[in-house]
Design a protein around this ligand. Structure first.
Ligand SMILES: *[C@@H]1O[C@H](CO)[C@@H](O)[C@H](O)[C@H]1NC(C)=O
Ligand SMILES: *[C@@H]1O[C@H](CO)[C@@H](O)[C@H](O)[C@H]1NC(C)=O
Ligand SMILES: *[C@@H]1O[C@H](CO)[C@@H](O)[C@H](O)[C@H]1NC(C)=O
Ligand SMILES: *[C@@H]1O[C@H](CO)[C@@H](O)[C@H](O)[C@H]1NC(C)=O
Ligand SMILES: *[C@@H]1O[C@H](CO)[C@@H](O)[C@H](O)[C@H]1NC(C)=O
Ligand SMILES: *[C@@H]1O[C@H](CO)[C@@H](O)[C@H](O)[C@H]1NC(C)=O
Ligand SMILES: *[C@@H]1O[C@H](CO)[C@@H](O)[C@H](O)[C@H]1NC(C)=O
Length: 220
């Protein structure tokens, strides 16, 4: 399967990068990069520990399995060394939480796009070439999306965090007016929200409705 081989090369590539460890590198070593490295190492170690997954990802190729197991053995050693640094481990937990929040905010946007699409008959028929089957499928998915969205929206910790992240993005994009009006909301946001907002390198860039809707659908 194409996915398997892509996944495999990604795992092996990260293993190579991870093994580079303290070698001279042009990239600055930051907490973020260390945490990323730890996550990559953890992924290899847990893959090697799961024989079912390992067989699946390698199409049960013994050569590939042995290769991953060898990488995992090195990774495990490096991981234990890194894990002794409790400051780093706790920083990574904070970064992980912030990333999880950002991902949930993106999910909410995707779900909202899907709901909005289904609610707009003009847009819906344009997008589906007026195909009733496709329209019904989207409408059905949108109903599920709405349920999921309602549950997420009821979490004010999450919605506050998303507002903070959005403010940071707006500020970066240069929409100063939006940032200014939202800054008071940001100031009152929770500490989780604040850490999410500051930890994340708020990415700019417009995600098209198509991508959002597709992402929204994949989550259902
Ligand atoms: C690189 O890491 C190895 C073990 O991980 C250590 O023995 C070595 O001293 C380190 N080298 C430098 C230059 O930090
Ligand atoms: C091993 O991986 C499979 C999926 O490939 C997963 O369903 C299973 O829970 C994993 N087992 C363990 C012990 O993590
Ligand atoms: C198993 O993987 C190795 C290394 O990627 C490859 O050279 C070999 O052809 C594979 N064997 C089979 C039976 O696919
Ligand atoms: C532990 O990790 C932190 C954060 O990356 C770093 O500043 C500190 O120097 C590390 N401590 C040791 C003993 O390596
Ligand atoms: C519905 O979508 C059309 C086309 O994308 C747009 O022009 C219109 O403003 C939307 N209507 C509503 C009520 O959002
Ligand atoms: C409408 O969409 C469905 C599902 O994608 C497809 O099977 C069907 O052929 C389409 N109908 C028309 C008239 O294009
Ligand atoms: C609300 O969202 C926050 C941030 O994602 C999360 O830590 C918390 O567990 C959520 N609370 C509930 C009740 O789901």
């Amino acid at each position: 399967m194409q996915f398997s081989s892509l996944f495999l090369s990604a795992v092996l590539a990260t293993a190579v990068v991870a093994k580079g460890g303290n070698k001279t590198s042009t990239k600055a070593v930051t907490d973020k990069s260390l945490c990323k490295e730890m996550a990559a190492l953890t992924k290899i170690v847990s893959l090697a520990a799961n024989t079912t997954k390992l067989a699946d990802k390698t199409d049960n190729n013994a050569t590939k399995i042995a290769e991953i197991q060898a990488k995992a053995s090195d990774a495990s050693t490096q991981l234990s060394t890194m894990s002794t640094n409790t400051t780093l481990v706790s920083t990574c937990a904070t970064i992980d939480a912030a990333q999880k929040t950002e991902s949930e905010c993106k999910d909410m946007k995707s779900l909202q796009s899907l709901v909005s699409l289904a609610a707009n008959t003009t847009k819906l028929s344009a997008k589906t070439d007026n195909n009733a089957t496709k329209m019904a499928a989207i409408t059905a998915k949108a109903a599920k999306a709405q349920t999921k969205l309602d549950a997420m929206t009821s979490n004010t910790t999450l919605t506050d965090a998303c507002a903070t992240i959005q403010t940071a993005k707006d500020a970066k994009t240069g929409t100063k007016a939006a940032a200014a009006s939202a800054s008071s909301a940001a100031a009152s946001a929770s500490s989780t929200a604040t850490s999410a907002g500051t930890m994340l390198d708020a990415k700019t860039g417009l995600i098209s409705t198509i991508v959002l809707v597709a992402a929204g659908m994949m989550m259902l």
